[in-house]
Design a binder for this molecule. Structure first.
Ligand SMILES: Nc1ncnc2c1ncn2[C@@H]1O[C@H](COP(=O)(O)OP(=O)(O)OP(=O)(O)O)[C@@H](O)[C@H]1O
Ligand SMILES: CC(C)(CO)[C@@H](O)C(=O)NCCC(=O)O
Length: 245
């Protein structure tokens, strides 16, 4: 199937990738309000959709909206639909967004080894082996989720946002201390995962491929080789559906 729009339904945002001439040309990051989807689709007419989802209730709402337009929602639902060998013990438990990001990273920056980092609601660090297989990884709370957990789990700490680029070291007030603490925690996880895999797998200069809504926040604290790839998951969805019989 050749999709017009590929969709990644995450826990916070729904990303649309508009496809043209065999690539994802443009990304739109949307909320959960169908009025926003109506505005985005405009007068596009009939659309071929391909969807990957890690958020079942949002998928059902989105599917109803697509069907009300008279379109068909092609939803990837099984890891075997993503053409990347998967060496973990329970391959069916891996989020398909992770496999799509890994597939696209291997295609664009491979063959491997690679560290594919998705900085979204959750931060995911995926390891792609030397042979180009999905080898597993790590999952931790993302920037906003860490901020929320400090605000809900303590009496005195406010919920910080990451709207401003400024990060001050050492923090001079509570807000700065929380912001830079979260920043260091997430960048530290990526850097230490990189160090660990480099030593375990005896590889040097493991390339990091970074995507997700918070990728730009992380990039400053990750050493080269580093690729910023905002379209990565969407490009992986496109590659996967185009490879289906
Ligand atoms: N306009 C926006 N609205 C909400 N969050 C935004 C916006 N722009 C950037 N962000 C940041 O992007 C993050 C979400 O990133 P992304 O869309 O990649 O994740 P997701 O796909 O929803 O999450 P996951 O894949 O982990 O389920 C939020 O945590 C927030 O910090
Ligand atoms: C980790 C997230 C939330 C990242 O979007 C998603 O891929 C997911 O819900 N995965 C399921 C669990 C797993 O991948 O092991």
């Amino acid at each position: 199937m050749t999709p017009d729009v590929v969709v990644d339904i995450g826990n916070t945002r729904i990303k649309w990738g508009w496809c043209k001439s065999g690539r994802v040309e443009r990304i739109s990051s949307l909320g959960a309000d169908p009025a926003e989807w109506d505005r985005e689709i405009g007068d596009s007419g009939s659309v071929a959709w391909a969807i990957v989802n890690v958020n079942p209730p949002k998928l059902e709402q989105f599917r109803r909206w697509i069907e009300a337009r008279g379109d068909t929602a092609n939803v990837l639902s099984d890891y075997r639909q993503i053409p990347i060998p998967n060496t973990v013990r329970q391959p069916g438990s891996v989020g398909l967004d992770r496999l799509c990001s890994s597939l696209a990273a291997r295609e664009l920056y491979g063959p491997g080894p690679l560290l594919v980092v998705q900085a979204g609601t959750a931060v995911v660090i995926n390891y792609i082996t030397k042979a180009g297989e999905f080898g597993g990884g790590s999952i931790l709370p993302g920037f906003q989720l860490m901020a929320k957990s400090l605000a809900t789990g303590t009496a005195a700490l406010p919920e910080v946002s990451f709207d401003e680029p400024l990060t001050v070291y050492p923090g001079q007030n509570t807000t700065e201390a929380i912001r830079n603490g979260i920043h260091l925690a997430i960048a530290g996880a990526v850097n230490s995962a990189r160090g660990m895999y480099q030593s375990v797998f005896n590889t040097s200069s493991l390339k990091v491929v970074l995507t997700g809504g918070d990728a730009a926040l992380l990039a400053d604290l990750i050493q080269p080789p580093l690729e910023l790839a905002p379209l990565l998951t969407l490009e992986g969805i496109r590659l996967a559906v185009e490879s289906l019989p």
